[in-house]
Design a protein around this ligand. Structure first.
Ligand code: NAD
Length: 469
């Protein structure tokens, strides 16, 4: 077991540089400057200046430019995917999938924008009422590292097609992806319509606290989302928050334990657990618990034995994941597989199965965002559901069951934005979901995201005769 710290991609405020490390090797693969406050304010001012002209363009025109943006992503897909792999450790094929998803989302919003229009409201022969959607103004987008192109492209597409100008601050953990995205997309639009500001959390604070954005969209951790809620309240900005989760998986009696274990392994270990809707905690029915745990442990063992499991995004994040595991082990959990820092360079962490977990352990109560499968055995479905309902997050939940009554109980009883039945992935971003609790607020995806970026105005038109005495 190694305790040597692996290097992390870090924003170094002393040198003004973001030093970029490949998490697979621990080697430096580049550096980029952190934007100063003047640059941040310049981008906001340019967005403000460009806002009126951009809002005056037609949604169809804006949609055409978004199709060009999508084409630019498609043409540079392999290059972006390689940068993403190098900065975050996400395997090349998965990184490529993220870029392709981003391009597809831009195309969807290009098509949806022109048909996102107002409604006729009730009227009579002498008066008409209808609504129009207006852009909010300047949109500040603060995006994460775990799916950097797909997440950013969705927000960029929805914000721009509805007539907002955009300032995008990508994550400091993947600045090269963010910078390249900017180089590809900025020239497609008039100056100030879309700009990129590179930097860290402090840069994000300068941008958000400037009070120049009418809408802030943040996809990232719940702690940041909570801070931004205060900033938004103080600056009267509309806030869209898509934040962290602690998604439960309920495994009912009567399902095939081998299949359930395969689903659980996928939910916990895909992208090394660094997906917002990863399975974060498992409640398994006592009747099938022994077989399920054996099969899940075997799934993790096979992944670890394959030797090519992906690293976590960086050493600092790995330390946070390992700290949660250490705390669980010290509190009575048992590691059936993994749970130790591996030898060698990079920020790898093994697929880990923790048995005998219970609430009170951080792996059960908080988001871990790592390849950890913590399991608690429950006496019946109702007990599992009660435990799954607990906690401050409300992003998504999964239920594996063959019992229709249990399915209905889970759908009605889980206070989350997305319930996945007999699956561990699916739902958002294909369809829009509203997260609950500390997982956020508003729609971060889907057609409803267009509403988030617009203000509705009711127009009442009365015939002149009505006002004639
Ligand atoms: N719900 C979703 O759709 C979704 C999708 C992807 C990731 N996530 C969540 O994102 C988290 C991982 O991302 P992260 O670590 O990059 O999140 P993060 O909140 O630390 O960073 C996200 C962005 O916000 C910026 N930022 C950080 N602090 C800021 C501040 N005080 N003011 C302004 N900007 C600030 C960062 O620089 C970055 O650009 C996980 O919790 C994950 O669950 C959620």
């Amino acid at each position: 077991m190694s305790t040597a710290p692996a290097p992390s991609t870090q924003a170094d405020r002393d040198t003004g540089q973001m030093v970029i490390m490949d998490p697979a090797t621990g080697e430096q693969v580049g550096s980029l400057p952190i934007a100063g406050p003047e640059e941040a304010h310049r981008a906001l001012a340019a967005a403000r200046t460009a806002a009126a002209d951009w809002a005056a363009t037609s949604p169809a025109e804006r949609g055409q430019l978004l199709h060009r943006a999508a084409q630019a992503l498609e043409d540079a897909a392999e290059e972006l995917a390689e940068l993403n792999r190098r900065e975050t450790g996400k395997p090349l094929q998965d990184s490529l999938g993220g870029v392709q998803a981003g391009a597809a989302t831009l195309r969807q919003y290009a098509e949806l924008g022109p048909v996102h229009r107002g409604h006729s409201l009730c009227g009579d022969q002498l008066a008409t009422n209808y609504t129009v959607s207006e852009p909010r103004g300047v949109a500040l987008l603060l995006t994460p590292w775990n799916d950097p192109v797909a997440v950013a492209a969705g927000l960029i597409g929805a914000a721009l097609v509805t007539g907002n100008t955009v300032v995008h601050k990508p994550s400091e953990r993947c600045p090269q992806v963010g910078a390249r995205l900017g180089e590809l997309l900025e020239p497609i639009f008039a100056p100030g319509v879309f700009s990129t500001v590179l930097g860290d959390a402090a840069t994000g604070r300068v941008l958000s606290e400037a009070g120049q954005a009418q809408v802030i969209a943040h996809v990232g951790s719940s702690a940041t989302g909570a801070r931004l809620a205060e900033v938004a309240a103080a600056t009267s900005a509309h806030l869209i928050r898509e934040n962290g989760g602690n998604d439960p998986l309920l495994v009912d009696a009567g399902v095939d334990p081998q299949w359930a274990a395969e689903q659980a392994a996928l939910g916990c270990f895909a992208n090394a657990g660094q997906i917002c809707t990863s399975v974060e905690r498992i409640y398994v029915h006592r009747d099938i618990a022994a077989e399920f745990c054996r099969a899940l442990t075997e799934q993790a063992r096979q992944r670890n034995a394959s030797g090519d499991f992906q690293p976590l995004v960086d050493a600092a994040h790995r330390e946070g994941v390992h700290e949660q595991v250490r705390q669980a082990l010290a509190s009575g959990a048992v590691a059936a597989e993994g749970g130790m820092l591996p030898e060698g360079p990079g920020a790898h962490y093994p697929a880990t199965v923790l048995l005998q977990c219970a609430s009170g352990m951080r792996v059960m109560d908080e988001e871990t965002f790592g390849p950890i499968a913590p399991v608690e055995v429950v006496d019946d479905f109702e007990q599992g559901l009660a435990k799954a309902r607990a906690g401050r997050y409300g992003l998504a939940a999964s239920v594996l069951t063959a019992d229709i009554a249990h399915l209905q109980q889970a759908v009605a009883g889980l206070p989350v934005g997305t319930v996945k039945v007999n699956a561990v992935f699916g739902g958002a971003p294909g369809g829009a979901a509203e997260p609950r609790g500390d997982s956020g607020a508003g729609f971060g995806y889907g057609p409803e995201l267009l509403d988030e970026f617009t203000l509705t105005k009711v127009v009442h038109v009365s015939a002149p005769e009505r006002r004639t005495p």
